[in-house]
Design a protein around this ligand. Structure first.
Ligand code: SIN
Length: 544
């Protein structure tokens, strides 16, 4: 099947939906998403959106907090643009129907929470289910729009890119040129469809599933990163994986976050004897930057040999907790933990990818007419460590930037005829009919990768462990190359391929950076080296 759209948006989280709602004023938009449309990282975001709108706050303070958290690697121009755009973008979310908690009826009378690294209360939220409130409102608005078409169970496999070649000596080198959509697996029929588009948006979220323990939903397998890399786009800073300090530690809890907003409301981290410990690590204590809190917990657990630490918010009492954190309260209670009476067992887990597909201020990747927005992008906002609740903000700001950019090129780009591609051009035809099932290979390698990444490329790194990870993952990648033609073309197989590639890229970036900065802490290079390393680690595939 061949589809033709003005815009192809890959991913149905806040980045893709907010872009689609704007771009639909210019043309027809297809949104493809590999599972159910609500199954996105956005939907699980608890904390909120940061914006300096409080009476005691200022753009300058929000900018400063973001820069401090980013540990020397943020792009100050991007930080300033994002922070100053926040109120306008939040106003738009409200217009699309998002209901945030309020203190009054004025347009910006929101209830403002606090999270780690913020010097003021500035987190706009919808109880502890901010992402869900956003996701549902934007999906509703998109479904009502006559020019937006949502394709669920459609898994984008690879970008369609037109290259121009140059010759250097006897070698022909492909130079990247222009994106024309994507090859997309229709998961229900098993067929690969062609989605041709003038503009393609990668809004595929993060890659938390590359780690054994993560706060991310199962869909976070780094598909956009892998697709962009295979197409020859530049990626940056993949070593900066943010570990959220507090995920619920319980055998029946999978990926459940205990929002930093609990610490913003007075929650304290304690050990199993009830002793607080964060004051030993940073003057901001329990509300220190996320990298510091996660490392502190890791240190405490390694010292004591305990499986977890605890977050105590019992002093706030049941009435407050039920009202402010209904989701967390209910979830914990369903597992036998009454958070108004007992401290919550917590551990750090992979949460957010600060690096990604390198973009400019308008969200453009290094492939023309291909944009990357949201967690899969590296815009320069987060630097070496993202400030809490800056990510939903980044997504709405950059979807607006991309929309403005596309609008400016509309006459030029949208008149160009689509390329005519034959079925021979589709790289997946050869795989399509081969049904010799080897599914055990997928499950096994998926587990191995996640364990390697957790044990060797985690919160605290060292050269020898990174080297081991590199060797193991190279071997798995080789096995995948050999086995893939014998495996049915399905979501699990394609996710494994992406996950393995992203793991390899994370390790490569971590090996490159010979210093410790932000989220990348390597005991063999414990200091920051501004002279050599106050810069992005860049990685791309040479195309020949
Ligand atoms: C949280 O609620 O703690 C997560 C917020 C974020 O990651 O920005």
């Amino acid at each position: 099947m061949e589809y033709r759209f003005d815009f192809l948006v890959i991913g149905s989280g806040i980045a893709g939906l907010s872009f689609a709602l704007k771009a639909a004023s210019l043309g027809d938009v297809a949104i493809v998403t590999k599972k159910d449309k609500l199954e996105t990282s956005t939907n699980y975001a608890q904390g909120g959106i940061a914006s300096a709108i409080g009476n005691d706050d200022s753009f300058e303070l929000h900018i400063q907090d973001t820069l401090t958290s980013g540990d020397g690697l943020c792009d100050p121009e991007v930080v300033e643009m994002v922070v100053r755009s926040a109120p306008e973008r939040i106003r738009e979310l409200v217009e699309w129907g998002v209901e945030f908690n309020r203190r009054g009826s004025g347009p910006f009378d929101f209830d403002l929470g606090r999270e780690g690294g913020h010097s003021r209360n500035r987190i706009i939220h919808a109880h502890d289910m901010t992402g869900q409130a956003i996701e549902r409102a934007l999906i509703r608005a998109a479904e009502e729009h006559p020019r937006i078409y949502i394709f669920e169970n459609h898994f984008a496999l690879d970008l369609i890119v037109e290259y121009d070649g140059i010759r250097i000596g006897d070698r022909s080198i492909k130079r990247r040129k222009r994106g024309w959509g994507a090859y997309v697996l229709n998961v229900s029929s098993g067929q690969v469809d062609l989605f041709l588009s003038h503009v393609t948006l990668l809004c595929t979220g993060g890659a938390g599933k590359v780690y054994l323990y993560t706060s991310n939903p199962d869909v976070a397998t780094g598909d956009g990163l892998a697709m962009a890399y295979r197409a020859g786009a530049v990626l940056a800073n993949l070593e900066f994986v943010q570990f959220h300090p507090t995920c619920l530690y319980h055998p029946q809890a999978k990926n459940f976050l205990i929002s930093e907003a609990l610490r913003g409301e007075g929650g304290r981290l304690i050990d199993k004897h009830g002793r607080p410990f964060m004051h030993k690590y940073h003057p901001l204590g329990d509300l220190a930057f996320r990298d510091i809190v996660a490392r502190a917990i890791d240190t405490e657990m390694k010292k004591s040999g305990d499986d977890c630490v605890f977050l105590d918010i019992t002093h706030r009492g049941k009435d407050f907790l039920v009202k402010r954190f209904p989701n967390i309260y209910e979830k914990c209670l369903s597992l036998g933990i009454d958070i108004s009476k007992t401290p919550i067992p917590v551990v750090p887990a992979a949460h957010y990818m600060c690096g990604g597909i390198k973009t400019d201020m308008r969200g453009r990747s290094s492939i023309d007419q291909v944009y990357a927005i949201g967690e899969c992008a590296c815009t320069g906002l987060h630097g070496a460590n993202r400030l809490a609740s800056n990510s939903l903000l980044e997504a709405v700001v950059f979807s607006h930037q991309a929309y403005l950019d596309v609008k400016g090129h509309f006459d030029e780009w949208f008149k160009r005829p689509f390329p005519s591609l034959s079925s021979q051009d589709c790289p997946y035809n050869a795989l399509e009919n081969n049904q010799q099932s080897e599914m055990v290979f997928i499950a096994h390698n998926w587990d191995v990768i996640r364990k390697i990444m957790w044990n060797y490329v985690g919160i605290v790194r060292r050269d020898s462990r990174l080297k081991l990870a590199q060797d193991h993952i190279a071997q798995i990648r080789q096995e995948i190359r050999e086995h893939l033609p014998h495996i049915p073309l399905n979501t699990d197989a394609m996710e494994l391929r992406n996950l393995a590639l992203v793991a390899e890229l994370i390790v490569s970036c971590a090996v490159m950076r010979k210093e410790s900065r932000g989220l990348h802490y390597n005991v063999d290079h414990p200091n920051k080296d501004d002279l050599r390393w106050r810069r992005d680690t860049l990685i791309w595939r040479e195309l020949e």
